[in-house]
Design a protein around this ligand. Structure first.
Ligand code: ADP
Ligand code: NG1
Ligand code: MG
Length: 406
């Protein structure tokens, strides 16, 4: 029996009804452009073949019920109406509720009984965006139970945006890279994604390149700690200070910030700089406690990384893999030193790949653990790559897909 039939059988055993839809949503690896999507700067990810699958059906029991093939995620159930409106210490089912609520609110739909069975092969908390994969899969599962043709009802861009604005209900002040990559990807191409408005451009990776993803053997659940949100807040304070310099090009910004931004400020200094009311607005539930903010180094990362994404796109289009690798290495250095979102294990993993022939290597996703992505020349032998024990060699996968089963 193939994998799909096995999970269909599991669904029927569990709920005593037939699943109506089968949804698959990929994860993504970000090649470059880290921690800049939430400031509106372009990023360069690709979807990966590892994915999250949801089987879903309407039920007559008037309940929401979610189960997972992996026993470490306990089943969850709620009578309707379900009053859920977010979570500040997310459990696995909260990511599903983000997608569910996003769709109901968008379409003005009434709640209805639904049964979901989830299975996934994206290593969680590892920077390959298992969280958004689950959110997007849940949103499409809900929508496919409501309308005949989901992507006639809502464009893929609007759907990706809807998922991006729903995931923060679990408490991360995230940007829209992951949902866009996982929804808009086209098999065979990486994506250059721009925001406000959301736009994605399919980009062929040079034939001479191989991208390899490896795990650092550490993890961080971004919704469970304040690491991620702290960086977002520091960036928002920078944004308030820089407002008067708006419309200046990224490379000019790099000069300006050295003159106008303090290295670090305490709470009172931040209040003086941007106003107590603005600071209050910037902070959220898990950043209220912060006593100081690093500004200059965080801004230097954001503006230099935004420039590297532009340069990476040009290098990629001119098939200059040496330049692509150089930019990835600069990105890793900036993430480690200026943004402080790497960790010893990721630094060591990148160094190991570089000393074994990678042209470039960097953390991918939010960091503080999880995965790195390394660029090799296609002349590298597979036995050499195998010795480095990567998780997988990454080929650009397609985006989210659904199939009606009944
Ligand atoms: P990342 O998005 O980098 O993988 P996050 O910390 O943002 O990491 O999200 C990881 C969380 O997403 C997990 O702790 C879990 O709650 C949820 N999750 C991801 N994939 C699954 C899955 N297949 N089944 C259940 N929960 C999942
Ligand atoms: P991961 O590490 O996969 O959860 C997060 C954010 C992205 C982006 C990257 C850093 C979410 C949903 N995803 O990804 O928006 O900011 O970190 O570049 O929070
Ligand atoms: Mg995530």
């Amino acid at each position: 029996m193939n994998e799909k039939n096995m999970i269909i059988e599991k669904f029927e055993d569990l709920y005593g009804i037939k699943p109506q839809v089968f949804i698959r949503c990929p994860g993504r690896v970000n090649l470059i452009g880290e921690h800049i999507d939430y400031h509106g700067y372009g990023v360069f990810p690709m979807a990966i073949s590892a994915s999250t699958v949801i089987l879903a059906a309407k039920n007559e029991k008037n309940v929401l019920e979610f189960a997972n093939v992996d026993p470490k995620y306990s089943p969850w159930k709620s009578e309707l109406p379900c009053e859920w409106s977010g979570s500040s210490s997310p459990k696995w089912f909260d990511y599903i509720l983000c997608g569910w609520k996003g769709i109901l609110d968008y379409g003005g739909f009434e709640q209805f009984g639904m049964s979901f069975l989830v299975t996934g092969e994206i290593p969680p908390s590892s920077g390959l965006s298992s969280s958004s994969s689950l959110v997007c899969a849940s949103a499409l599962s809900t929508l496919s139970l409501l309308v005949e043709s989901p992507f006639d009802f809502i464009s893929k861009e609007d759907f990706a945006h809807l998922c991006a604005t729903s995931e923060p209900l679990i408490g991360t002040l995230s940007g829209g890279m992951d949902q866009a990559a996982e929804v808009l990807a086209v098999e065979g191409s990486a994506l250059k994604i721009d925001f406000n408005p959301l736009k994605s451009k399919n980009i062929q990776l040079p034939d001479q390149s191989i991208f390899v993803v490896a795990h650092s053997n550490t993890e961080l659940n971004k919704g469970a700690t304040s690491h991620y949100n702290e960086r977002v807040i520091e960036g928002r304070i920078v944004g308030e200070i820089l407002k008067k310099h708006l419309k200046i090009q990224t490379n000019k910004m790099l000069e300006i910030i050295e003159n106008v931004l303090p290295t670090e400020v305490n709470k009172e200094e931040a209040e003086k700089l941007i106003g107590a009311d603005k600071l209050e607005l910037c902070l959220n539930h898990n950043t209220q406690h912060l006593a100081s903010f690093k500004l200059l180094s965080r801004a230097r990362h954001v503006f230099s990384e935004a420039k590297r994404v532009e340069d990476f796109e040009i290098a990629c289009e001119s098939k200059n893999i040496e330049e692509m690798g150089k930019l990835m290495n600069e990105s890793q250095k900036s993430c480690a030193l200026d943004y402080e979102c790497s960790c010893d294990e990721l630094d060591d993993l990148c160094s190991k790949y570089i000393s074994n022939g990678a042209i470039g290597a960097r953390l991918t996703g939010a960091g503080w653990g999880g995965c790195a992505v390394a660029l090799f020349s296609s002349t590298t032998s597979s036995s050499k790559l195998d010795k480095l024990e990567p998780l997988f060699v990454s080929k650009p996968a397609g985006g989210i897909e659904f199939e009606k089963l009944t």
